[in-house]
Design a protein around this ligand. Structure first.
Ligand code: 5AD
Ligand code: SF4
Length: 481
């Protein structure tokens, strides 16, 4: 056991969630109190998040539980409890975790009571857990994406055991509501509307590690947002791997567009964002709702992945180049000021120079405000991993460089389109470089640096966009009087 003595439990352990977790939080609290008394100082924790916004939101849940049981947050990984919330979408994300684990072991040698936990998508891969069991014995706790809500219970289990605690589930249909969350920002928040993915794009590991699609009930989502708004939140980002298929598996099915209309009604909420939209499921109803909305931001992230219809079919994306371009046209006709961003993969198996030029052609035609470009990464277990004609590295690198250069050139040309206008900016943070500035975002997600101080953080203010410097604006708050 990692502790000198076990605390005796009082009462029955609740079977129902979230009551069961609150029971374990109470128990964990007693352990943490005892340990910090022994050490004569508070116990510290550090959560390191890899990957997407889903993981960032999950980490806020982990922080909420750790704070609830008495740990104090620190930026340093030289802490009493370090947890890595991992990503596995590309191979280099995995390598980063192994590298950093080696470095953590140095801290643990000096602080043997330190607890190291790993969770998130990478832990859902059997080969990863095997490798950790073999070569990283100093890891204390491993859990996956489906049982994150059980964190308090797992911490207690870990403190009461002296071997590695591993709890990975293959899938789940459970969604546990109402656990503590520690938000990174006081004025904006991610809100999960669904978990998992049913699309099985042939290159992607997400459906295997995040399980099947499950939507939260609209009442639960609305209630959470209402509470957030009462707590000072003005912007929410609705999160799901494919938000456009929200609600299909609910007892009373509901479309994503309808959900957005309900969210729009919440008084005090100023801005709504969402992520990610699969082009195959983006409905006319959604475009109409966005067009009419006063709160939905003028930004859409619409992953292209490839511009070649042949490759898109191999990718199992269920749209072709022409359909994608038609969708963009429809969106721009309805909402002319919408900013479009995308994800593109270069070097999918079998991609020829002609296929790549089709991708370049879409980039040329759509002119994205920005694009995330990725080199194809082979994920074991996905259909693409065993496809013939994996593209040689040097060819991929050359295509990647050409794509990135063009994407950046277009972004630079497009930035600054709003120069001279007065636009609302949500001020988010102090500027890291210049003390006299604070930084925020426009509805279309562009970054704006504004003269002002911390008192503006969390406020939406009208700003005169005076100048565009590369990828951001410089502006001044306009006094409304
Ligand atoms: N290789 C490279 N990029 C990938 N993505 C997903 N899987 C892979 C992979 N195997 C990219 C997609 C997706 C984004 C989140 O990550 O572009 O939209
Ligand atoms: Fe992966 Fe495709 Fe699901 Fe996105 S929609 S998470 S790319 S399988």
């Amino acid at each position: 056991m990692r502790l000198k003595e076990k605390i005796s439990r009082t009462g029955d352990i609740p079977v129902m969630e979230p009551q069961r977790q609150f029971y374990f939080m109470e128990l964990a609290k007693q352990y943490v109190e005892k340990l910090s008394e022994e050490k004569g100082r508070p116990l510290t924790f550090c959560v390191n998040t890899f990957g997407c916004q889903m993981n960032a939101r999950d980490s806020e849940k982990l922080c909420g539980i750790l704070e609830n049981i008495g740990y104090v947050e620190t930026d340093s990984e030289n802490a009493d409890f370090v947890i890595y919330n991992t990503c596995t979408v590309r191979e280099n994300a995995n390598n980063k975790v192994y590298g950093r684990l080696g470095y953590l072991s140095g801290f643990k040698k000096r602080n043997p009571d330190m607890l190291i936990a790993l969770c998130g998508c990478m832990m859902q891969e059997e080969t990863v857990v095997e490798k950790l069991k073999q070569s990283y014995r100093y890891v204390d706790l491993i859990f996956g994406t489906h049982n994150i809500y059980k964190f308090a219970e797992l911490i207690v289990q870990c403190l009461e055991s002296d071997s590695m605690v591993i709890d990975i589930w293959k899938d789940t249909d459970q969604i546990v509501e109402d656990l503590p969350v520690d938000r990174k920002y006081s004025f904006k928040s991610g809100v999960n509307i669904m978990f998992g993915c049913n699309n099985f794009c042939s290159y992607c590991i997400v459906p295997y590690v995040r399980g099947r699609e499950r939507s939260r009930k609209p009442q639960d989502i609305i209630r959470e947002i209402e509470k957030l708004v009462a707590d000072g939140v003005v912007e929410v980002m609705l999160l799901g791997q494919n938000v456009n298929s929200y609600g299909k598996n609910l007892e009373e099915p509901m479309s994503f567009a309808k959900l957005l209309q309900e969210v729009e009604k919440i008084e005090g909420l100023e801005r709504i964002r969402f992520m990610t939209s699969h082009p195959k499921d983006l409905s006319d109803e959604l475009i109409e709702v966005m067009k009419q909305s006063k709160k939905i931001c003028r930004h859409l992230h619409l992953p292209l992945q490839s511009g070649s219809s042949r490759i898109l079919q191999q990718m199992n994306r269920h749209y072709d180049k022409e359909q994608y371009l038609a969708l963009v046209q429809k969106l721009r006709a309805a909402i002319p000021d919408i900013a479009l961003t995308t994800d593109i993969i270069v070097g999918f198996p079998g991609e020829t120079e002609e296929d790549f030029l089709e991708t370049m052609d879409v980039v040329e035609k759509v002119r994205y405000d920005s694009a995330f470009t990725f080199i194809y990464s082979k994920r074991t277990g996905t259909p693409a991993a065993t496809m013939p004609d994996q593209v040689p590295e040097d060819i991929i690198k050359d295509r990647f460089d050409r794509l990135l250069a063009r994407v950046q050139q277009i972004s630079a040309e497009k930035a600054g389109a709003l120069t001279g206008q007065i636009c609302d900016v949500l001020i988010e943070e102090k500027n890291g470089q210049d003390e006299s500035l604070v930084t925020g975002r426009l509805s279309n997600n562009s970054v704006v640096h504004v003269k002002g101080d911390e008192s503006l953080i969390g406020k939406i203010v009208p700003v005169h966009l005076q100048e565009c410097k590369g990828f951001y604006y410089l502006g001044e708050v306009v006094n409304e009087s």
